[in-house]
Write a protein that binds this ligand. Structure first.
Ligand code: HEM
Ligand code: HEM
Ligand code: FES
Length: 353
């Protein structure tokens, strides 16, 4: 959390993850080289390393894309989520090495600059079989570069979480382009059925796990996956019923969807307060956190907010929207309209009518 800006601390656990990540990547690259030298005598060493870097980046991209949904399905995967950015950067470096070697290998001998040659040497854009698959890889690489270049928390703070998140969704576009790059390119030259099968299985896995997670999330929110969301019951004062006080354990929250937005409703010291579920740091789910030292504490990286105002305790300056709350017996009602970020709200007192 930041007075102006402060990075999430480096710690021993992150260090261990990075060592495991780098060791696995190096092991894979040399394993790939060994196997290729053994089994395919027609490829020279440069060609093998182009494939080793490309396939390592592509596999790591599958891992990166699986972490989001997996950590929604089970909290066991959350530690991977915190480490995802280092995987992203590693993947980008591998992709860059692959592209550099491929450009040097296939485009360095003509009169044109290799980058220009990449886009103009093959212009069969309407031909499925001869499609210039390398250009697809080039566009994907530019997207991955933008993500890696803006990856630091500094950019997150300055671009704001929603803009930054939108930028990160570009990874799905990059993935689509890369599936095209591999299917139209590598599979034309490298027709081993195992490679075709692996690309297919990878694609089905990524689409499948995202669909399963989307279904589960929609179920949790009580919303249908397709079609218009069910309209919540809004009373004359604009308040929505979100459940009973007994639903919420002490110092924890219940997440409810109010007017299309997720709201975290916390119970603590005999009181109820409601704030936006979205952490200002990296959109972490605040309602899955708990109250520590009187503050709502984000489960992802520990940013804190006061339940009555949504403001981070001094000297920090983050602010998130609050919601007015009231009780009818043990039933909790939350205003359908959020207050401006940091607006103090009087908590509803349990047992007081
Ligand atoms: C290099 C610096 C990077 C950093 C700091 C970073 C960090 C993050 C963080 C913290 C999120 C969570 C935001 C949210 O869910 O609201 C996120 C989203 C995402 N990032 Fe990155 N990332 C980086 C690069 C990459 C790269 C290069 C890729 C893939 C090629 C990638 C893939 C994704 C995906 C797929 C999401 C959104 C979907 C999801 O929540 O699973 N990231 N990134
Ligand atoms: C300017 C960008 C790029 C160029 C010029 C390029 C070029 C190539 C070429 C020429 C091949 C065929 C190699 C062969 O079959 O011997 C190839 C295959 C491949 N590329 Fe790229 N590529 C680029 C970007 C990327 C990126 C960003 C990724 C992934 C993150 C990627 C992943 C792959 C994979 C997985 C293969 C198949 C490897 C195999 O056959 O085992 N490429 N690329
Ligand atoms: S502290 Fe990082 S997302 Fe909340």
């Amino acid at each position: 959390m930041g007075v102006a800006y402060k990075a999430v601390q480096w710690n021993r656990q992150k260090f261990v993850y990075d060592i495991i990540l780098l060791t696995t990547v190096v092991f894979y690259l040399f394993f790939f080289e060994g196997i290729s030298l053994h089994f395919s005598s027609d490829l020279d060493i440069k060609g093998i390393w182009i494939r080793a870097f490309g396939s390592a980046a592509f596999i790591l991209l599958h891992v990166i894309l699986s972490i989001g949904p997996l950590s929604r399905l089970s909290p066991k995967f959350l530690p991977l989520l915190y480490n995802r950015r280092h995987m992203g950067v590693t993947m980008f470096i591998l992709a860059l090495l692959h592209a550099r070697d491929a450009l040097a290998w296939y485009h360095d001998f003509g009169n044109l600059e290799p980058i220009v040659s990449l886009f103009v040497s093959n212009t069969h854009y309407a031909d499925f079989i001869r499609f210039p698959f390398e250009a697809l890889g080039g566009v994907a690489l530019v997207i991955l570069f933008l993500m890696a270049a803006t990856s630091h928390d500094f950019w997150l703070t300055n671009l704001t979480a929603p803009v930054w998140k939108a930028l990160h969704m570009g990874v799905y576009l990059a993935y689509g382009l890369l599936v095209g790059h591999v299917v139209l390119g590598a599979l034309e030259t490298n027709t081993h059925p195992l490679l075709t099968l692996a690309v297919g299985v990878g694609f089905v896995w990524i689409v499948g796990i995202h669909l399963i997670t989307a279904l589960r999330e929609a179920q949790k929110d009580g919303a249908p996956l397709f079609g218009p969301p069910a309209q919540p019951k809004v009373d004359a004062d604009g308040f929505v019923h979100v459940g009973s006080v007994q639903d919420i354990p002490e110092n924890r929250a219940k997440i409810a969807v109010v007017a299309g937005e997720r709201v975290a409703i916390f119970k603590y010291e005999g009181k109820i307060s409601a704030i936006s579920n979205v952490c200002q740091h990296q959109n972490g789910p605040l309602g899955e956190g708990k109250i520590v030292d009187g503050c709502i504490t984000c489960p992802w990286h520990g940013y804190q907010y006061l339940p009555e105002s949504g403001i981070s305790p001094p000297p920090f300056t983050e602010k998130i929207p609050t919601f007015n709350v009231k009780l009818q017996g043990d039933q909790i009602l939350v205003s359908a309209k959020p207050n401006l970020p940091g607006t103090p709200v009087v908590p509803a007192v349990i047992g007081q009518v």
